[in-house]
Write a protein that binds this ligand. Structure first.
Ligand code: OGA
Ligand code: MN
Length: 208
């Protein structure tokens, strides 16, 4: 297990250093994904989560033409054990990246996310203009049996090309928040994920 984790972490570190993005298909096991999805708030997410906005604080606004997802910020102190397992693994990855890439990521912030059918998130960069503490974006997808016809691809824009990734259960996609513009193409099916960032400062939990 330790060996497997190290290999996976090394793969992520290498890919981030060379391409600015890493894609790992079995970051969480099927069982781990299922226990997160089975949680009551995920099952009822469209009722319980809030419409996501754009910008922060005073500039925070909800704009359906830009993004249509529903989110719920995770409070690590109050989270369930399946979520805690994920947060712990993300923090282990953070520590590994700090040592192997000589960077200094101090904390993570994560929200649960559901895109209802028909929704999308237009092309954007994850760093806010006035708050560039998000260094790495890390999204863990939770969708069993996703078909190509379900859409909902993450489209990533590189300087010379673009690439699409399906939101497959257990897949982690990690990329440079300051560099890579991306979008979520319209989804035909409810699309679930844990969306997070690695920060260069402690999370002040102001979202909670
Ligand atoms: C985001 C985002 C991509 C995805 O929440 O900022 O770009 O694939 N998500 O869910
Ligand atoms: Mn984004």
């Amino acid at each position: 297990m330790i060996q497997k984790l190290l290999t996976q972490f090394e793969t992520i570190a290498n890919a981030l250093a060379t391409d600015g993005i890493a894609v790992v298909d079995d970051f969480l096991s099927r069982e781990e994904v299922q226990s997160i999805v089975a949680e009551d708030d995920f099952k009822n997410g469209l009722l319980r989560f809030k419409r996501a906005g754009i910008g922060q604080a005073q500039e925070h606004q909800i704009n359906e033409s830009v993004r249509g997802d529903f989110i719920q910020w995770i409070d690590p102190a109050k989270s369930s054990s399946p979520i805690q397992i994920y947060l712990q693994r993300m923090n282990e990855l953070r520590g590994f990246l700090n040592e192997s890439l000589f960077i200094s990521l101090k904390d993570i912030e994560v929200h649960k996310t559901i895109y209802p059918p028909g929704s999308y998130y237009k092309r954007h960069l994850d760093q806010f203009k006035k708050d560039d503490h998000r260094k790495l974006s890390a999204i863990l997808y939770l969708n069993e049996d996703w078909q190509e016809t379900d859409g909902g691809q993450l489209r990533v824009y590189f300087p010379d090309r673009q690439k699409d990734y399906f939101p497959l259960a257990g897949r982690l996609i990690c990329f440079r928040s300051d560099l890579l513009e991306h979008e979520v193409l319209p989804t035909q099916r409810a699309r679930m994920s844990l969306t997070g960032w690695m920060l260069d400062q402690l999370n002040d939990l102001k979202h909670l």
